[in-house]
Write a protein that binds this ligand. Structure first.
Ligand code: MN3
Length: 203
């Protein structure tokens, strides 16, 4: 049974960055629906005992008629678990420790990293995600993906540690068509300690 990440805060705790109704709909409806559908498909495919990362990296081993469903629902399940687990009412600021060092080393500065990942998020045509991942050699890599694809299902070999959801359901109630404002404001609630833990376990 794949478990949906439970929010350790109230639905209004991310305000004013993300309004309570968006959190309730996004986590309580969209993410919950992906989780339910993914569980059903993984059972049907006989792959429900695999960690989600392993399953997404091995979609070609699933029965052909279930592959697209697993890619979309499994991606939706995984992507939102990562997204919500790196947001916090106490977030914001800048990364510290090892992650900060690696970001500076890779992108020149935190501001430059922020600018580059924001550009990918804002520039993603239609629904999708922007990603910060750790490559096999330990380096940090940025990317964007459409729909519910991610660096795992796209077989990049990279491990995602931070993501920005740019589906309209993530921001439309409050920001309407202003995706760039949502992306910029989101940095006020990013939990860099959580991202650093993922970085350390991924490298
Ligand atoms: Mn979403």
């Amino acid at each position: 049974m794949y478990k949906q990440y439970e929010l350790p805060f109230a639905s209004n705790a991310l305000e004013p960055t993300i309004d309570a109704l968006t959190v309730e709909t996004h986590h309580g409806k969209h993410h919950a629906a992906y989780t339910k559908a993914f569980n059903e498909l993984a059972e049907k495919a006989g792959m429900a005992d695999m960690p989600v990362e392993e399953l997404l990296a091995n979609l070609d081993k699933a029965p052909e008629e279930l592959r697209t469903g697993l890619r979309n629902q499994g991606g939706g399940y995984y992507n939102h678990n990562l997204y919500f687990s790196t947001l916090s009412p106490n977030g914001g600021g800048v990364p510290k420790g090892e992650l900060a060092k690696k970001i500076d080393e890779t992108f020149g500065s935190f501001d430059s990293f922020k600018e580059q990942i924001s550009k990918l998020a804002i520039g993603q045509f239609g629904s999708g995600w922007a990603w910060l991942s750790v490559a096999k050699d330990g380096s940090l890599v940025l990317s964007a993906s459409a729909n519910q694809d991610n660096p795992i299902s796209l077989k990049t070999g990279n491990k995602p540690i931070f993501t920005i959801d740019v589906w309209e359901h993530a921001y439309y109630l409050k920001y309407k068509n202003l995706r760039a404002s949502y992306v910029s404001e989101l940095f006020d609630i990013v939990d860099w300690d959580a991202v650093e833990k993922l970085y350390i376990s991924a490298k």
